[in-house]
Design a protein around this ligand. Structure first.
Ligand code: VG1
Ligand code: CO
Length: 557
């Protein structure tokens, strides 16, 4: 094949955030914007990681993915990649990319997605790169890529025709080839080794268990029917918004109480279904609901961890270890303690879990941001979380005869609280604030941290310590700092402040509030009421209203 060298100039601002590079789609559509980043990536990888190698390519079906796929394929060929596996129509969820990389022993893969950010001509696009064990590229690589975007001068691109990615099959161009694969089969095959599908099928076929899944017109639409309906026997009408659309049907594909409001309303309506779930743009997030009951993601991972061994065949020999991101509540810590398991607290972002998994120290992990997963792959996995919950419910009810009352989602969670205590948790998001004010607020908080000392009184709370979270990876020794300002009080309560690293405009402020309650008689309180004093303290001590001009958060979890 003929390879062209196209001269180019560095473009400012191509630094990846918490999870890949995300910008307005119009930014990505500028000349060479995407091409520069892809070429910078090849300039950053050691040649043995891609020359004549195998890479995977897929995405969440959003606007611009089709054009982007052709650009990526041609630059990969131009840099000497041997073969690319592409999901049909460019579709592969983030967990499916991780699964395909692992199964096919690929060198890595690209995910064309801005995840939970909205899509369409006016909204966001994004790109993530995962490495050979299926995990998001570590900061050592993403920092190198960024460095190379600042000095890039040439793009190497193969002079080949666009590849038809609408049909499964192989297209050859000399020593380079593209294979279009079914987006579901490798991933489904893996899930069948993780879960007892017969057990789940039994639950879904019960007339007294009603199930609903909202794909939010995002990538899990492509997975819901083949997995939940065809394999597990859910009815077709239990899947809502099941067709992936380029703009997610004008929606914001983020499965939370604000953006998945339709689903929430269905579950909270009189005589609503027994179980509801949703997933995000690229299929790695999940929200779990019972009838009139919301399971916070921090509780969800704790419940899954506590029940994994009994309910999920993959864990039948036990769980190796547990981990959560720093702002996630301490519910999981209590499970680790009780089960006597290794436990890790890492910074926000899935890339920090991979090393622990590769080293054999971690099985189940999660983030408060609706991310839950295990070491079956190296990404969080929305459908996995749904199947884990269905497995737990099915296992707990497997001896229930027709007509007998089933143990519900809320029964399982309240029982968990009775055993472990309840970690009340809430997150306030102030989306798209002015960057200047948001940055000043964080500086103000860092200043408080530097002057604080244990024993200081904050309202009715006594400070145990305050810091800006830093993390040393126990496997490779790499260090990251400034991962979130935290105030930890002597009763275990915590207030944490971070700026989001996934937005495409302005700054999103996240405030995380947590308080532990051992007393069962107080577990039934609404989290917003239980946490009110701590939330008020968090807002006043940060001077959030002054710095951001915001009276109210845009999203409350
Ligand atoms: C957010 C979440 C974080 C998650 C990340 C990627 O990051 O807080 O927990 O790992 O999104 O998720 P930030 O920096 O905006 O707080 V996804 O589904 O967008 O890949
Ligand atoms: Co996502």
């Amino acid at each position: 094949i003929k390879i062209k060298s196209i001269p180019t100039k560095p473009i400012e601002g191509q630094k990846t955030g918490t999870s890949g590079l995300r910008k307005k789609v119009k930014v990505f559509m500028q000349d060479n914007y995407l091409a520069n980043w892809i070429q910078a990536l090849f300039n950053s990888l050691p040649p043995e990681d891609y020359k004549n190698g195998l890479l995977v390519l897929g995405g969440d079906g959003r606007y611009f993915n089709r054009e982007a796929a052709q650009i990526i394929i041609k630059i990969a060929a131009g840099n000497g990649v041997g073969k690319i596996l592409v999901g049909q129509e460019g579709i592969l969820s983030t967990p499916a990319v991780s699964a395909v990389i692992r199964k096919r022993k690929a060198n890595g893969g690209f995910i064309m997605s801005a995840s939970h950010n909205p899509g369409g001509p006016e909204y966001d696009w994004g790109i993530k790169f995962n490495y050979s064990s299926g995990q998001p590229a570590p900061e050592s690589i993403t920092d190198k890529i960024y460095g190379n975007t600042l000095s890039i001068s040439v793009i190497k691109i193969a002079d080949i025709l666009d590849v038809d990615i609408s049909k499964v099959g192989v297209t050859k161009f000399g020593s380079f080839s593209v294979e279009v694969i079914d987006p579901v089969s490798d991933y489904l095959e893996l899930l069948e080794t993780v879960f007892d599908f017969q057990l789940i099928k039994g639950l879904l076929s019960r007339p007294d268990f009603r199930f609903i899944f909202d794909a939010m017109h995002a990538v899990t639409g492509a997975y819901a029917k083949p997995i939940l309906v065809d394999k597990l026997g859910a009815s077709l009408d239990s899947i809502s918004n099941g067709i992936p659309l380029e703009d997610f049907g004008h929606g914001h594909p983020d499965p939370n109480l604000t953006y998945a409001k339709d689903l929430v309303n269905i579950l909270y309506a009189e005589n609503g279904p027994d179980f509801g779930a949703a997933s995000d743009g690229d299929g790695d997030r999940n929200m779990i609901l019972g009838r009139s009951f919301f399971v916070t993601p921090s509780d969800s991972v704790a419940v899954i961890a506590a029940n994994a061994r009994e309910a999920v065949p993959y864990f039948k020999n036990g769980v190796k270890g547990l981990a959560r991101s720093m702002p996630t509540s301490g519910a999981l810590d209590r499970v680790a303690e009780k089960l006597d398991l290794p436990f890790f607290e890492v910074p926000t972002g899935w890339k920090f879990f991979g090393n622990l998994m590769d080293a054999g120290n971690l099985s189940v992990c999660g983030e408060e941001s609706f991310g839950t997963g295990s070491d079956h792959i190296r990404e969080k996995d929305g459908i996995w979380a749904v199947l884990a919950w269905l497995s737990i419910i099915a296992h707990r009810n497997k001896d229930k005869k027709p007509g007998e009352k089933l143990i519900s989602v809320s029964d399982i969670v309240t029982e968990h609280w009775a055993t472990y205590g309840r970690n009340f948790f809430s997150r306030y998001d102030y989306e798209e604030c002015e960057s200047e004010g948001a940055n000043k607020m964080i500086e103000h908080l860092r200043d408080i941290v530097s002057k604080s000392k244990p024993g200081d009184q904050y309202g009715s709370y006594v400070l145990q310590f305050a810091d800006d979270f830093a993390y040393t990876d126990p496997v490779d020794g790499s260090v990251v700092s400034k991962q979130g300002v935290r105030f930890v009080f002597t009763d275990g309560s915590r207030i944490i402040y971070r700026l989001s690293g996934t937005g495409s405009a302005g700054a999103t402020v996240r405030v995380y509030i947590e308080q532990f309650e051992p007393d069962v008689s107080k577990h039934d309180v609404d989290a917003q009421i239980a946490l009110k004093p701590l939330i008020d303290l968090a807002i006043s001590m940060s001077k959030l209203k002054d710095f951001t001009g915001r009276e109210k958060p845009t999203v409350i979890t």
